[in-house]
Design a protein around this ligand. Structure first.
Ligand SMILES: NC(=O)c1ccc[n+]([C@@H]2O[C@H](COP(=O)([O-])OP(=O)(O)OC[C@H]3O[C@@H](n4cnc5c(N)ncnc54)[C@H](O)[C@@H]3O)[C@@H](O)[C@H]2O)c1
Length: 312
């Protein structure tokens, strides 16, 4: 049994990973400032610290806790919001990561895993993107996440680090009230409210849509895997899905093939299209994504409908 510190533990991905580790019998300590996260997401047995990773004082209560690994997922996670509050992004995403890395070294915590993003690549050619390709982020979010990833890389001489560049993660547990982060959840939120879907940007755009359980599997399997130390991976499916194809999946799964959809102007910093080459991850972890898009959307829609019934 190990003790893990998870930042962003009240968020979508952090809470999903935390619950999987809790099931395996590990001890969890979580930090979250509840910016977009929710207390209801917290695993029942975790020690929760309501605090900000950019604030040095948050680390004092964690000294001497004998933490085995840090799983760092706290971030201002929306590209769109990064244009509204660019300074906050630097503070949370970049300075927060640097603080956490320093804390890890000071406390002798040997293992550090970071949630990076496909947003660091910017606009790319229409072919699977490899980890070593040029990074030209288009959003302030992408810049601050890339800067943080570079800090993680530099600290890899003192810590066993791994960075996972996540590509559009979706699934149960996503914050359905947040209309500024998460392509699938944003569209699905309109169905939930029985309003026409407003799509910001072209239907020809494309993404690599990754189901939450696949992400959880990779994170939990890599914690103790030395092959992943000092490395940076794309974490995705390797498949390209257009916005149009995604909307068709959602309409079918919702049971409304004629559901109304309107297209408006895109958001600042939005990448036109991107999908991943996942060979490195497949080779090191012997991993394959298990959940197809139609299966994943089906699970997500069922979860959303269940939540709607629970609220009635
Ligand atoms: N969801 C995706 O598709 C996706 C894609 C690429 C990368 N990521 C990265 O994965 C991580 C988790 O994303 P998510 O989808 O779960 O988003 P999320 O917004 O649900 O989770 C982020 C969590 O961090 C918390 N947080 C924000 N600032 C904080 C701070 N200064 N101190 C403490 N807690 C803070 C939020 O309250 C929230 O609970 C983020 O680092 C994000 O950048 C997500």
């Amino acid at each position: 049994m190990a003790t893990y510190l998870i930042t962003g533990i009240a968020g979508f991905i952090g809470s999903s990973i935390a619950k999987a580790l809790e099931k395996q019998g590990h001890k969890l300590i979580g930090i979250d400032n509840l910016l977009t996260g929710n207390r209801t997401n917290l695993p029942s047995t975790c020690t929760f610290i309501h605090g900000d990773i950019a604030d040095q004082s948050v680390y004092e209560s964690l000294r001497g806790k004998k933490i085995d690994a840090i799983l760092h997922l706290a971030a201002q996670s929306s590209g769109e919001i990064s244009f509204e509050k660019p300074q906050y992004d630097v503070l949370t995403n970049t300075l927060g990561t640097l603080n956490l890395l320093n804390f890890a070294v000071e406390e002798g915590i040997g293992r550090f895993i970071y949630a990076s993003t496909m947003s660091i690549y910017g606009d790319v050619d229409d072919k699977p993107i490899r980890e070593n390709q040029a990074k030209n982020p288009k959003s302030y979010y992408g810049i601050t996440k890339l800067a943080a990833e570079q800090y993680v890389r530099v600290f890899s001489d003192r810590l066993n680090t791994t960075s996972f560049r996540l590509f559009n993660v979706y699934g149960p547990g996503q914050n359905m009230a947040n209309l500024k982060q998460g392509m699938v959840s944003i569209y699905l939120a309109y169905f939930m409210r029985n309003e026409p879907v407003i799509v910001k940007g072209f239907k020809e755009r494309y993404r690599d849509l990754t189901y939450i359980d696949d992400v959880v599997d990779v994170w939990t399997a890599s914690i103790d895997n030395p092959l992943t130390y000092g490395k940076t991976y794309n974490l995705a499916t390797g498949k390209k899905t257009t916005v149009e194809a995604l909307l068709n999946e959602l309409k079918t799964a919702w049971g409304s093939p004629e559901y109304p959809i309107y297209f408006t102007e895109g958001t600042p910093g939005d990448q036109f299209g991107i999908y991943a080459d996942i060979t490195q991850l497949q080779n090191d972890l012997g991993w394959e994504p298990k959940v197809s898009l139609s299966e994943g959307i089906h699970h997500f829609v069922n979860w959303v409908k269940g939540e709607m019934h629970a609220d009635m």
